[in-house]
Design a binder for this molecule. Structure first.
Ligand SMILES: Nc1ncnc2c1ncn2[C@@H]1O[C@H](COP(=O)(O)OP(=O)(O)OP(=O)(O)O)[C@@H](O)[C@H]1O
Ligand SMILES: [Mg+2]
Length: 255
């Protein structure tokens, strides 16, 4: 496999918060057009890894390469334009805006139009694209509702639609299935499989719902206490002793 096949590559990433080492010497690669999962017990450093890739946190050491460019020192507000979109473990929606407006704001990051225009009088194709995304995530009937009026599962799907609106090359999803009902998890499974499979998007997924992780991931990287402890296919990870131990030891035993 040539390095060109990798959309994202982390090398020797270390993050310290004062005396706490949240991530230690973390390296892994994410292949283009695949779903790659990043799993591990609570506090393992998964969200911190996302915060480095999306440039909210500066790593203490190490480097991040995305699509052939070293982005270790890029600004967070450059990332959407470069093709990196993310969702948050704790939702970050515009509560006082409608469902449709939240998605329209996602399209704004890759368009040249003014913010006011995007919200008040979006171009027909922009509006149609936003509505198409809402259709896909099952929210088209809620497009004029306030985001804050949606239940938790639907808010998560709205965040996904808003991230998709950037038309990202890389989609970073931090626990998209948390709090979803089984039916909603099945829908999420189909959407993500289609995004990576048919549309060639690359997805890095942090998730505790193992049923989803095992179903859609081509590769899985496992972290524990800030370090990579295993990597492989779902079959390999399922039977990996270190992984089983990490999940059964202290920290959460999810699923
Ligand atoms: N801004 C911060 N300041 C200080 N410590 C932090 C900060 N962000 C994260 N940490 C610490 O870094 C460690 C890793 O946290 P992180 O949120 O990355 O874990 P996680 O793997 O996402 O866990 P979870 O599955 O519970 O979401 C934890 O000990 C956490 O308390
Ligand atoms: Mg987290």
């Amino acid at each position: 496999m040539s390095s060109h096949d990798n959309l994202l590559s982390l090398k020797g990433l270390t993050v310290q918060f004062g005396g706490l080492t949240a991530i230690k010497d973390l390296s892994f690669e994410v292949k283009r057009g695949t779903v790659h999962a990043l799993i591990g017990p609570n506090g393992a450093g998964k969200s911190t890894t996302f915060n480095c890739i999306s440039r909210y946190y500066d790593p203490t050491q190490g480097s991040i390469r995305f699509d052939g460019t070293d982005i270790t020192h890029r600004r967070a507000d450059e990332m959407a334009g470069m093709g990196v979109a993310r969702t948050f473990q704790n939702l970050e929606l515009f509560n006082e805006l409608s469902v449709l407006e939240n998605v329209l704001l996602g399209t704004y990051s890759h368009g040249a139009r003014g913010l006011r225009k995007v919200l008040r009088a979006p171009a027909v194709e922009t509006r149609e694209f936003a509505e198409h995304l809402l259709q896909r995530v099952g929210l088209i009937d809620y497009r004029h509702h306030f985001a804050k009026g949606l239940d938790f599962g639907r808010q998560k799907m709205l965040e996904l639609a808003r991230a998709m609106a950037i038309r990202p090359k890389l989609l970073l999803l931090d626990e998209p299935a948390a709090g979803l009902r089984n039916r909603e998890i099945d829908a999420l499974d189909s959407i993500l499989t289609e995004l990576a499979g048919k549309e060639g998007m690359t997805i890095l997924l942090v998730e505790h719902v193992m049923q989803l992780v095992m179903s859609i991931s081509e590769r899985i990287t496992v972290m524990s206490f800030g370090q990579k402890i295993a990597e492989g296919t779902p079959q390999e990870i399922r039977s990996n002793e270190k992984v089983i131990e990490a999940y059964l030891g202290k920290g959460g035993a999810h699923d």
